[in-house]
Design a binder for this molecule. Structure first.
Ligand code: CA
Length: 356
């Protein structure tokens, strides 16, 4: 009882200090914020009238292009409707655990968690449950039974297999439209695979289903070298691609990357030796996932073939809507167009193919 009261008082104080913070740092958005302030009064519930809820957001790392899109959309959607405190896990689960403890002790009304290591989610659930704080996991998916073990937990993500399958369809279409991409004319696609992380379910599914789907479509696939695990990172992918090219130039007909960040790194390596240069004549198709600005730009210039749009803005908006519901004590999906999938504990934001 006492503890809860203390938390309430503390969160009340935080509203003041955070509000002061955000008003000084968000010049130029006052008009927008003022316009949305009226909307907050309709959302009384867990918080008193005139107050907005405290939303704690834990991000796996700020230095990730796709996650930045989600982050920006989330912040924009919560602007004026919640006090948002956001932390950068910097790719380290121990750091994120500490950030979680601080947010819980501050008594946030709801937690939005982008896990560094999805396998560590049971620890997050335990702590949130003990503090009776709802948790919205997003993007990096915990095991279904972990989410289901807490009635105030939900996951918002994508269907990992879908992104891979869409890449597979793109591969089949590309090689049907461009027989010249089959450099050695053997009717098979010699490809290099760039994987995000070794144990990340999303990465594993993209790697697996991209090739499986192409094969299912009747495209013969043959891998060159080993799967390159480059941690979603542009520079790591560039270095790995440089090494593969040095050993296999002329033998690679396609680059498949789990994300656009790595795809862009591969294109950088290719352009260093005269391939995939705007207006050039040597080209190896590269496909990614995310539809980041850099990828869209490369596709427009013709230095990259295609990507799969992971709608970061839709993701950010969904997390915001669910967070506001949770903070006000409403059902997670009330008043939204979101639906739960077969697991009963997850919402899936659909992918879409993106080509020139
Ligand atoms: Ca071939």
């Amino acid at each position: 009882m006492k503890k809860k009261l203390f938390a309430l008082v503390l969160s009340g104080l935080m509203v003041f200090s955070l509000a002061a913070c955000s008003s000084s740092s968000s010049e130029g958005t006052t008009e927008e914020a003022a316009g949305e302030e009226t909307a907050t009064t309709e959302e009384e519930g867990a918080t008193a009238e005139g107050e907005v809820p405290d939303v704690g957001v834990l991000i796996y790392k700020y230095d990730d292009t796709y996650i930045s899109t989600v982050r920006n959309a989330l912040e924009a959607a919560l602007d004026g409707k919640a006090n948002v405190s956001m932390q950068d896990g910097k790719g380290d689960q121990a750091t994120q655990n500490d950030q979680l403890d601080v947010m819980i002790s501050k008594g946030v009304d709801v937690l939005c968690v982008n896990m560094v290591d999805a396998q560590a989610a049971s620890g997050v659930v335990e702590k949130a449950k003990a503090a009776d704080i709802p948790v919205i996991f997003f993007n990096r998916e915990p095991a279904t039974d972990v989410i289901a073990s807490y009635e105030k937990a939900i996951f918002i993500g994508t269907n990992a297999a879908d992104a891979g399958k869409m890449q597979g369809d793109i591969i089949t279409d590309l090689f049907a439209e461009h027989p010249e991409y089959d450099l050695n004319g053997d009717g098979k696609v010699q490809y290099v695979m760039f994987q995000g992380e070794p144990d990340n379910p999303e990465a594993i599914a993209r790697t697996q289903y991209s090739v499986e789907q192409a094969v299912e479509n009747g495209t013969e696939m043959e891998q060159v070298g080993e799967t390159q695990v480059c941690n979603w990172d542009t520079e790591q992918a560039q270095k790995a691609m440089e090494a593969i090219l040095a050993a296999n130039e002329g033998k690679i007909e396609l680059v498949i990357a789990n994300n656009d960040g790595m795809a862009i790194g591969c294109i950088a390596a290719l352009s260093n030796i005269g391939y995939n240069v705007e207006g050039g004549d040597k080209f190896i198709p590269v496909i990614g996932v995310d539809a980041t600005d850099a990828a869209k730009d490369a596709i427009a210039k013709g230095t990259m073939s295609a990507t799969v749009l992971q709608d970061g803005e839709a993701m950010g908006n969904a997390v915001a809507a669910v967070a506001l519901n949770a903070a006000s004590g409403a059902d997670f999906l009330e008043g939204t167009e979101l639906t739960l999938d077969d697991t009963g504990v997850a919402v899936r934001i659909p992918y879409a193919p993106y080509t020139k």
